[in-house]
Design a protein around this ligand. Sequence first.
Ligand code: EPU
Length: 416
Amino acid sequence: MDKMIIEGGEKLKGTVEISGAKNAALPILVSSLLCEGRSTFHNVPELMDIKTVVKLIRGFGAEVKGAKSIRVDADRLDNVEASYDLVKTMRASVLVLGPLVARMGRARVSLPGGCAIGARPVNLHLKALEEMGAEVTLQDGYIEAKASRLRGATIYFDIQTVTGTENIMMAACLAKGTTVLKNAAKEPEIVNLAEVLKAMGARITGAGTETITIEGVDRMTGAEGTVMPDRIEAGTYMIGAAITGGDVNVLGCDPLYVDALITKLIDAGITVETIPRGVRVCGGNGIRSIDIKTMPYPGFPTDLQAQMMVLLAVGNGLGVVTETVFENRFMHVAELIRMGADIIVQGGCAIVKGVPALKGAPVMATDLRASACLVLAGLVAEGKTELSRIYHLDRGYQRMEEKFSALGARIRRVPA
Ligand code: EPU
């Protein structure tokens, strides 16, 4: 297994181009399962999770070709089972459930287990499908869902769930009648997916708000779609510029998508300005400690919580990080402490007291965003950091070491 070696202390300088969003590309690729004919998707990031979803879609009988632009022909599907082997490597595989039941009348998908950031149940996905007339059973670790044709329903989500909203929005496209999703998640990736579904013939209004209305249609046909930029990747490089006292142009990502982060960086004393195609982030005038509370969009994203904790760890003063989306998303704290950070976790809060410097150390990644946090910590730390288990990073960041190296960081991948 490869490792990442980082020698800290360089100020990041230059320009970085943001890739397509993993969390938009995954549901968009899956949406092709609803369609007769061929779909083409552009700006798909080159990531492990994308390879996994391609494998999943091929397993149902679809033809898939290409990399950055991917063509999917799902005209003839001949299988409706997503195996444990694939689902265990990527929880988002559960997104195939809605489209398969809607198009094929049946799906058998391994029930995702818990993961490093929490129990992450899919009960709301299943309840919504039942409310649309599906018969859902759990057997031998698999979810089995059947419905000769789903019917429109009014669904109220107890909690805003991103993939839950996407799964049911896709299922409702081919249901009989109208579906109304209440307390739907509002993430921009959902809007991106809805745009693609509409190009395929779906009738959807309200994506990006708490109420999404979907009028079912009898068939959908393949279409073209473009994956939005990855706001979490953009945020990770913005934080990198801030903590190293650097000066970086982050291009290809609309500043609107990273609004919550920009506000927090400015509160912390970082200069952020809007430039054509992106934002410029300049650090170097000290970091004021701030408090952060993660919330569903448009609140501060949980997917940037770990990275932002590095900024607090080297800030001046005391900051509190409150995680409200996942119950166990502080796995990076123990590793940051090994690098000299002063952090205490109490329930869903981490109290971070800034220290003058972090020190390089061997550290281990536990999940995708925790890995990104440890790379950032390595970039700002004195000395050498060796990050192992970097397969987590490859799931969600396209060629991260190349992008950071181009900004002047001393970071390299070595075989373990
Ligand atoms: N939840 C339930 N029941 C459900 C569904 C969700 O209790 O049926 C709970 C979850 O346990 C969690 C909360 O609701 O406490 C919100 O979870 P959500 O369903 O929104 O998360 P998700 O759809 O599984 C997506 C992203 C995550 C991101 C979260 C929150 C994708 C493929 N994944 O997950 O991304 O953290 O939304 O924004 O879109 C990542 O990229 O590193 C990542 C983990």
